[in-house]
Write a protein that binds this ligand. Structure first.
Ligand code: KG4
Ligand code: ZN
Length: 335
């Protein structure tokens, strides 16, 4: 008998629902919330309201596209955390109600574990990573290096002490006048710029931890000074600024991952999260096959999506690892 899992993701500003059959994606719908663009970042209150509006149509569409009847679902998997509490509450409450209505088990999922386990979705990669591996979760809210010994045996061995890597792309991009989320635009402009044109100071942080707030402040000061000298500095130099900023961020990530490889002796690096589709990161790690074997998810499984939540749900379903209805959303939820 095939196993059908419905996954529901609502941790930030995307409402997503997906149906998997034995780990294979039948549908994966994402409703992006355009409203945040005009504010230059995610507004939590608006995100919760948009989730309320989107969740029923998105789930309905996901079931329709999967071409199954909702009564065929074996379990509902939902994002318990980490994320914005108001957003998480919409997805978790809806999932619990649906599981009660359909009388099927409910499975809670850690969003950061899901970013890494997305690689086990059938069509995510031609080759699946083997355990143990070093997981690298890089998104708008997180920057972590994770020692992954098995599906649910994960330990954070390094993380950011302040800003996340995606946040750094977004905030520095905003300083250059790029719209939110600026990460993909910085990436695109970088291809037309000279990455050696400007130098930015890299942080000195012990061990495998990261810090990006100094780079952000340094970048701000640098462009302010330059604009004082030449008022059109930004429009004249956007591509070079983007390329130099991106190179600095990639260098910081590369050095830390290199240290993690030296420390653990593990060479398989598995990326997850929205920033893992950055072309600078992909090129650097893919071109370094002597040191690493890097795994990048298929584009649609990098940013927030419910297929990765359903995948974790499926793995937990196989272990009969079900949750109870009392477990609530958790804004802070460690791997
Ligand atoms: O995983 P995600 O969809 O949501 C969070 O959990 O945060 O990641 C979104 C982040 C944003 O900061 C966005 O700017 C960044 O991923 N991002 C990128 C690229 N595509 C998305 N950053 C750099 N280069 C990209 N190509
Ligand atoms: Zn995410």
């Amino acid at each position: 008998m095939p196993t059908y899992i419905l996954g529901i993701e609502s941790s930030c500003d995307d409402t997503s629902a997906s149906v998997l059959c034995d780990g294979k994606v039948l549908s994966n719908l994402v409703a992006n919330q355009e409203i945040h663009k005009s504010y230059g970042g995610v507004v939590p209150e608006l995100a919760s309201r948009a989730h309320q509006q989107n969740i029923i149509p998105v789930v309905n569409q996901a079931i329709l596209k999967a071409n199954i009847d909702k009564k065929q679902l074996n379990a509902i998997a939902y994002t318990r955390g980490p994320g914005l509490l108001g957003s998480l509450l919409v997805g978790s409450s809806f999932s619990k109600s649906l599981s009660m209505g359909l009388e099927v088990p409910i499975i809670e999922v850690n969003h950061m574990q899901a970013h890494l386990l997305a690689h086990f979705i059938e069509d995510c990669n031609t080759e699946k990573p083997k355990f143990p591996f070093i997981g690298v979760t890089i998104s708008g809210g997180h920057t972590q290096i994770v020692l992954v010994k098995d599906y649910f045996d994960m330990k954070v061995i390094g993380e950011t002490l302040d800003d996340a890597i995606g946040e750094t792309f977004d905030k520095c991009g905003k300083m250059m006048g790029l719209s939110y989320p600026a990460g993909p635009l910085v990436d695109k402009n970088s291809k037309l710029g000279d990455a050696e044109k400007f130098k930015f100071t890299k942080p000195k942080v012990a061990g495998l931890n990261f810090s990006f707030s100094g780079l952000k402040t340094g970048f701000h000061r640098f462009i302010e000074n330059k604009i004082r000298e030449e008022e059109n500095f930004l429009s004249l130099e956007t591509n070079n600024l983007c390329a130099s900023l991106q190179k600095t961020i990639v260098d910081i990530l590369y050095e830390k991952i290199n240290s993690a490889v030296q420390e653990t002796g593990i060479k398989n690096i598995v990326f997850g999260g929205g920033v893992s589709c950055n072309t600078g990161i992909i090129e650097r790690f893919k071109n370094d096959n002597n040191n690493f074997k890097a795994f990048f998810p298929k584009f649609e499984y990098t940013t927030d999506n419910a297929a990765m939540i359903a995948m974790v749900g499926y793995l937990k379903y196989l272990n009969s690892d079900f949750s109870n209805l009392k477990e609530g959303a958790k804004a802070r939820y460690k791997i």
